[in-house]
Design a protein around this ligand. Structure first.
Ligand code: C2E
Ligand code: CA
Ligand code: CA
Length: 531
């Protein structure tokens, strides 16, 4: 339970650790938008200020002329107009006309050529009106600022919308930028730069800034495609990613440390195997007829430096998933050889059972490993049994068969572990080449003190016998169970009634004590088990 929880925690931590890398784009996008909008805003404000300067100069010039002139088109009026033309850098022309456009006089004494590009708009808080016009041969549109004189006359001043070259508007900006002046009613005055994409595509793809020209009904928009400005931050992108990757690394280390501290026993397994902390324990298998020791099953225990002994339930699945099961089994076999070589030489009928994992069938190297480890040892191949659990279905049947054939060829035998708990039937297992059936504890548990028959168990036993398999009963805890099994012809059994899995030394003591003696002496077993 704890280990499942820790795995989930580790997974979460690992996912969380990668968030900085995922966030890089988002953060950088937002950063670029904010920065570039500020740059554009400055440009838009600057353009607005320039337009404002010319327009207000036209208004001011016109007001001065009218303040100094009691009547229109008189020599003193024309003189006033000329003075303003000289003083102003923007003012191009002053014109007196009536509401129908009939011209009365102007500064230069000729017909004034202009055409309206917009309706006249009022300027809030001003008596003047404003109109965009094409004036003479000016390359940019002009503003026509008009003041009424009496009821029948209008006096207008003409200034270019922009005093400088229009192209200078986008001078400081990216080549793909555009700047547009519009009137409050939406009519376009002038656009500079590349506005095609801006008009065609959605405006969300652009970084945009807007500005107003004082109180005038004129409005400045500046825009640049986001992709263009974003591309300029490629360098930053790289460094952001590096920083984020470093953060990920740091997070990951912290997360792993946290999980390690959370005392997940499996976590250290690799180091533990290398350090030889995984020890083989030996659970005796007893001959129920003679009481002699028939052999043992190798079961692993994690002996921590702290003295704590961890049962395989806490790490066996982890070992399987991570592939550590293979080096673990290898280490157990090597230690077992050292532990039991003498004993096996002295008792050639002793059988030693080793548990295999599903991974051993995928990998296949176990046959070579067994050969290498035991070839020159006093332990004969015919003394080795390899257990294959029935709990998990074997996925790669062919590979399993070839591994089993390899072990058989050496002279080893195969036991079906936990028989009766899986999905496969015994006849089918026979095709796998199984020699021994280990009947699972759950069936043995069904034998109570007064039980006379356990149909499932009895069925299993007779089926195994019909198939010609030896039978080992697991988890025998009571004398009643041992007697019942013996009554059904089961010869071998293992379980707490005889002994739990033991360390090498007490196991060997027990083996030698049982060797040759006809009966199991429970007092000795208890004594050895307690050691
Ligand atoms: P298993 O192969 O079925 O091993 C028998 C388990 O039953 C052992 O648990 C053993 O200690 C326990 N047992 C023995 N007698 C009795 C009894 O009388 N009553 C009860 N209640 N239990 C008894 P253990 O050692 O905790 O191992 C659990 C499982 O872990 C094993 O089940 C086996 O599937 C796996 N395992 C242990 N060591 C290894 C190994 O080296 N390799 C592989 N592949 N699996 C292993
Ligand atoms: Ca087993
Ligand atoms: Ca078993």
């Amino acid at each position: 339970m704890k280990s499942k929880y820790s795995h989930a925690l580790m997974l979460l931590a690992a996912i969380a650790a990668f968030l900085p890398v995922l966030a890089v784009d988002f953060v950088l996008d937002s950063y670029v938008r904010v920065r570039e909008r500020a740059v554009l805003q400055q440009s838009a404000d600057a353009v607005a200020a320039r337009v404002q300067a010319t327009a207000y100069e036209a208004i001011a010039s016109l007001r001065r002329i009218l303040a100094d002139s009691p009547s229109l088109c008189t020599p003193s009026f024309v003189a006033n107009v000329h003075r303003q033309l000289e003083q102003s850098i923007y003012l191009k022309q002053v014109l007196v006309e009536n509401a129908d456009g009939v011209q009365y006089c102007d500064a230069l004494g000729k017909d004034v050529k202009y055409s309206a590009l917009s309706r006249p708009l009022t300027v809030p808080n001003h008596t003047e009106t404003l109109e965009v016009v094409q004036y003479a041969d000016l390359r940019v549109p002009a503003l026509k600022v008009t003041q009424s004189f009496g009821t029948a006359r209008k006096v207008s001043a003409f200034v270019p919308v922009l005093a400088a070259e229009a192209e200078s508007l986008v001078g400081g900006l990216k080549p793909t930028s555009m700047v547009r002046l519009t009137l409050a009613d939406g009519a376009e005055i002038i656009t500079v730069g590349d506005a095609r994409a801006y008009d065609e595509r959605g405006r969300t793809e652009f970084v945009r800034a807007e500005s107003f020209v004082g109180e005038l009904p004129i409005h400045v928009t500046a825009a640049v495609p986001f992709a263009m400005v974003r591309a300029d931050y490629a360098d930053l992108d790289a460094s952001f990613t590096v920083v984020a990757a470093l953060m990920c690394g740091a997070f990951l280390v912290l997360a792993l440390q946290y999980v390690r501290k959370s005392d997940l026993p499996a976590f250290d397994l690799e180091r533990a195997i290398a350090a030889g902390e995984l020890k083989p324990y030996y659970q005796p298998v007893i001959n129920l007829r003679t009481g002699a020791l028939a052999g043992c099953e190798v079961l692993c225990r994690w002996e921590k430096k702290s003295g704590e002994v961890v049962s395989p339930g806490a790490f066996i699945e982890y070992a399987e998933v991570t592939g550590l099961a293979l080096p673990m089994t290898l280490s157990l076999m090597q230690q077992m050889k050292v532990d039991l070589e003498r004993l096996c030489a002295d008792m050639p009928e002793l059988k030693i059972s080793i548990n295999l994992f599903e991974g051993h069938f995928r990998d296949g190297s176990v046959v070579d490993d067994v050969q290498t480890i035991f070839a020159n040892s006093a332990i004969q191949f015919r003394q080795l049994v390899f257990e294959v659990t029935e709990r998990k279905p074997i996925e790669r049947m062919q590979q399993a068969q070839s591994v089993i054939a390899g072990l058989h060829a050496l002279g080893c035998r195969i036991a079906m572990d936990d028989a009766g708990t899986g999905h496969s039937n015994l006849a089918y297992l026979q095709t796998l080449g199984v020699d021994i059936i280990k009947i699972d504890r759950v069936f043995v548990e069904m034998i109570k003190p007064d039980t006379t028959a356990v149909p499932v168990l009895d069925g299993l036993i007779s089926m195994a016998r019909e198939l010609g398999n030896d039978v080992v009963a697991e988890g025998v805890e009571t004398e009643a169970q041992a007697l019942y099994l013996r009554g059904r012809g089961v010869v071998q059994a293992q379980g707490y009634l005889f002994a739990p899995p033991l360390k090498a030394a007490p196991f060997k003591d027990l083996a030698r004590a049982l060797n040759g003696s006809g009966e199991v002496d429970p007092a000795l077993v208890a004594q050895v088990a307690a050691a």
